[in-house]
Design a protein around this ligand. Structure first.
Ligand code: 5GP
Length: 125
């Protein structure tokens, strides 16, 4: 069920619980700004989620309200995870879903990192 990205941040969302360590995740990276873990239902050979540590519902919320340090730290973390997974030379894809048309289901900003295989068309029908 897609979320409404204009709603206030919900501290009970599943990724907030993962960040707090209240539910388990397969962590692959963490620093002051970001946390990365494997998607529970992978859509590619590599399907990792990277989330900011701050309380941001979506890319819209983050790009509006996050500090330059949070944005810089998060963007650098996404790149670092991809490099550490050896994805730069073969290539990879980043995706952030926002709201209903984007199909966003979890109301904490997350960037999907896909790789490990040719990824086909950008948008499926
Ligand atoms: P969205 O559609 O919001 O962009 O993507 C949400 C993603 O979160 C989906 O790919 C889904 O498989 C993943 N996901 C949902 N719940 C969990 C969970 O509890 N653990 C992990 N690791 N991934 C989750």
């Amino acid at each position: 069920m897609p979320i409404d990205p204009t709603l206030p941040y919900d501290d009970d969302n599943i990724f907030a619980k993962i960040l707090r360590g209240e539910i388990p995740s397969n962590k692959v990276y963490e620093d002051d700004w970001a946390f990365a873990f494997e998607d529970i239902n992978p859509q590619a050979e590599v399907h990792t989620l990277v989330i900011p540590k701050g309380r941001y519902v979506s890319w819209d919320d983050f790009s509006t309200k996050a500090s330059d340090a949070e944005i810089g730290g998060f963007v650098r973390a996404v790149g670092k995870v991809a490099r550490e997974k050896g994805l730069v030379e073969p290539g990879y894809r980043l995706l952030a879903n926002i709201g209903a048309h984007g199909g966003q289901e979890v109301p904490h900003l997350h960037v999907h990192l896909f790789g490990g295989q040719a990824l086909g068309r950008m948008i499926s029908g």
